[in-house]
Design a protein around this ligand. Structure first.
Ligand code: DQA
Length: 143
């Protein structure tokens, strides 16, 4: 099992700033992740929340059960020390993903307060960022 956890505003993919995030919807993203999981032979569970407490609860759950995570923290990336502290408790690989390349965007997006406690970061490949992250996690888990 791998959790694919998505933070605020990501359920609005498709209508949200399509010039930045593309025309594909959250349902498309969910399908892409599930298809990738099938290819890899690993069950994938995709979730999204706009709520920081809910996201922290999911990260605790992943830590308690040694579940690897692909995480798009969305705007939490840039300011949530609470999320960082939850990720620091991880017991399995956790890959930070971004659809866009935050380093090429506004100054405030250049800082990730979570990157330092993630296994690694994949950004800038559109929805394919998730495919690369799932493959990376599968490789790490299999050793
Ligand atoms: C994002 C980048 C963040 O800066 C932004 O707040 C998001 C989406 C991305 O996937 O490109 O909501 O994480």
């Amino acid at each position: 099992m791998i959790y694919v956890l998505n933070g605020p505003n990501l359920r609005r993919l498709g209508t949200r700033e399509p010039d930045v995030y593309g025309a594909e919807t959250f349902a498309d993203l969910t399908r892409l992740c599930e298809d990738t999981g099938r290819e890899l032979g690993i069950e994938v569970e995709v979730r999204q929340t706009d709520d920081e407490a809910t996201m922290i609860g999911w990260l605790h759950e992943a830590a308690d059960h040694r579940i690897p995570v692909v995480l798009n923290p969305a705007a939490f990336t840039h300011y949530s020390y609470a999320l960082r502290d939850a990720i620091a408790q991880r017991t399995a690989p956790l890959v930070e993903v971004h659809i866009s390349n935050p380093a090429a965007r506004e100054e405030f997006r250049h800082t990730s307060v979570v990157a330092g406690v993630a296994t690694g970061t994949i950004a800038g490949f559109g929805l394919r960022s998730y495919v690369h992250a799932l493959r990376a996690v599968a490789e790490l888990v299999r050793g």
